[in-house]
Ligand binder design. Structure first.
Ligand code: GTP
Ligand code: MG
Length: 181
């Protein structure tokens, strides 16, 4: 059998407040590149990455979205068919953590999965490199509690800048997406 025919396409949506590092995480993951410069994402765009999970070849299609309010125009059609949703916040900015519940609920409302309780999310607490961790305002414990009370969402602390935990996080995303597919 043609191995391409067995390749599974997994759709992943990345959500979170503006500036938390969604685009940077994806650029680090797929292109191994990081830029200090902030360029707001407008609308949505995707990147793909091929990877192997056990003996299965999968294509991870990761959709980057705009955190800025004025660019929120994606809607239900866009979210539907997602196999996993990645939520990102900045460990140094409290309100980006406070927003997580909204992002999660909005996603579930729009995507309308068959079993919302079982839908796989993965949480990333990004920018842990800033100030050597001295400027963080959200503790790992608080993030873990948030995850535990929502059906044990996997949690990763990441740095897109230092390429810390990025591969590990997205591998978990791919596994979660594959399991729900
Ligand atoms: P929107 O597109 O507006 O939703 O923002 P975003 O979530 O895509 O954020 P983006 O990736 O554009 O990053 C915002 C800023 O944070 C940029 O200046 C990045 O260089 C910086 N940044 C992203 N990740 C990290 C990180 O892990 N550490 C540090 N120090 N800076 C980061
Ligand atoms: Mg962006």
């Amino acid at each position: 059998m043609d191995p391409l025919r067995r390749r599974t396409l997994l759709k992943v949506i990345v959500l979170g407040d503006s500036g938390v590092g969604k685009t940077s995480l994806m650029n680090q993951y797929v292109y191994k590149k990081f830029s200090q410069q902030y360029k707001a994402t407008i609308g949505a765009d995707f990147v793909t990455k091929e990877l192997q999970i056990d003996d299965k070849l999968v294509t991870l299609q990761v959709w980057d979205t705009a955190g800025q309010e004025r660019f929120h125009s994606l809607g239900a059609a866009f979210y539907r068919g997602a196999d996993c949703c990645v939520l990102v916040y900045d460990v140094n900015v409290g309100k980006t953590f406070e927003s997580l519940s909204n992002w999660r609920e909005e996603f579930l409302k729009q995507a309308d999965p068959a079993d919302p309780e079982a839908f796989p999310f993965v949480l990333l607490g990004n920018k842990i490199d800033v100030d050597g961790g001295h400027s963080r305002v959200v503790s790992e414990k608080r993030a873990n509690e948030w995850c535990a009370s929502r059906g044990n969402i996997p949690y990763f602390e990441t740095s897109a800048k230092e390429d810390y935990n990025v591969d590990e996080a997205f591998f978990c995303v791919a596994q979660a997406a594959l399991a729900s597919e």
